[in-house]
Design a protein around this ligand. Structure first.
Ligand code: PLP
Length: 366
């Protein structure tokens, strides 16, 4: 695919931008969006940046019925010297294609997607918020659009990217959350769609979230779908433990989503020569570690919060308080390092950051 084919139609009006210190998550969107279509005849075609606008779909479009869709989530940051940085964006487009493959959606040219994203961000660069801790959240997604009620992969799709300026995840600094261990519902099973970023996984997670929310917990800890013994993820984040000096994260087992943050933390720990183990870990092992005083830290990892320390687990009528409910040393160090690299404040020793420059993509303005 010739990446120079991306066309731009600029918006005639500009929306009012929100105050950058009053931003929440995912509520306002920028002036433009990227869109590209797929048909069996033409393949992926007509990559274009257009004014942000509603899309019209036939009510029989397959996305409304059988949920054949995938998405991604990443962020762009504005540095103090006004450079725009992305964090390992190629990983997100690789994962998008892994998700596409699982959902029978045709592969997308990853290079084109990244070029288009840079172009879109460049077009809406005034929307990148500047206040401490804020960023521009990027949501690429694919929907199936063929009007057909038969159960089969759709013959047509739209790949869309939208941008949303978002506030600081931690308004009063990084702080631990309380987690209920989910014993009734499961998120994913081996052989299912847990390794793909697809809307259905989120739809099926809402019930557990609602129940635990009513109990005063902010997220659930997901156990494996077969024995409900082994730890998988926390909310929509990957999870890490520090037990007796060992850093442990559940091994990728066919139902865990491979987070870019998870991968980066493993690589960073190895770079620091801190031992990190990917293995099976049961909730019983965590309880035992708590009991004998070796459960030092637990935290979730994901693009939105980066690191989310866990202050308490609730499991089988028992409350396990971790590190007196305070943020652990390692959690804090990982948070400071990752956010420092992402925002261009710290050196980038593993070459993760990608800069968006005017020259990083060529296109024709229509
Ligand atoms: C997106 C996601 C994550 C985190 O992935 P990152 O790439 O680190 O943002 C973890 N678990 C689930 C289920 C997810 O959907």
């Amino acid at each position: 695919m010739n990446t120079q084919n991306i066309t731009i139609t600029l918006s005639e009006t500009k929306k009012e931008k929100p105050q950058s210190d009053q931003l929440e998550f995912g509520q306002v969107f920028t002036d433009h969006m990227f869109m590209m279509d797929y048909t069996e005849e033409l393949g992926w075609h007509d990559p274009r940046i257009v004014p942000y606008q509603p899309i019209t779909l036939d009510p029989a479009s397959m996305i409304f019925h059988y949920g054949q869709s995938v998405f991604e989530g990443l962020k762009a940051y504005l540095t103090e010297d006004e450079r725009i940085l992305l964090f390992r964006p190629e990983k997100n487009f690789q994962r998008l294609n892994k998700s596409n493959d699982r959902l029978c959606i045709p592969e997308i040219d990853e290079e084109l997607a990244l070029t288009a994203l840079k172009q879109l961000i460049e077009t809406d660069r005034e929307w990148i918020p500047t206040a401490e801790g804020t960023s521009l959240y990027i949501r690429p997604f694919v929907i199936s659009t063929e009007p057909y009620l038969g159960v089969a992969p759709s013959g047509s799709y739209k790949f869309i990217m939208i941008l949303s300026p978002v506030g600081s995840y931690y308004k009063e600094g990084i702080h631990p959350v309380k987690i209920a261990v989910e014993t009734q519902f499961v998120r994913a099973v081996n052989g299912g769609t847990g390794t793909a970023k697809t809307g259905g996984n989120y739809a099926s997670s809402l019930k557990a979230q609602e129940v635990s929310g009513k109990m005063g917990y902010s997220q659930v800890l997901w156990l494996d779908g077969v024995e409900k013994k082994y730890i998988e993820e926390v909310g929509s984040m990957n999870v890490f433990f520090k037990i007796n000096g060992e850093i442990i994260t559940p091994a990728l087992n066919g139902s865990i989503l491979q987070g870019v943050t998870r991968t980066s933390i493993i690589e960073l720990l190895k770079y620091w020569n801190i031992p990190v183990t990917e293995r099976r870990i049961s909730m019983e092992e965590v309880r035992q570690a708590h009991k004998n005083g070796t459960l030092e830290e637990a935290f979730g990892t994901g693009t939105a919060a980066v690191i989310s320390p866990i202050g308490e687990f609730f499991w089988q009528d028992e409350k396990l308080l971790i590190n007196e409910g305070k943020t652990g040393e390692l959690s804090k160090k990982l948070y400071d390092t990752l956010t420092g690299i992402q925002r261009g404040k710290l050196e980038d020793p593993l070459d993760w950051v990608v800069e968006v420059t005017k020259a990083s993509s060529l296109s024709t303005v229509r």
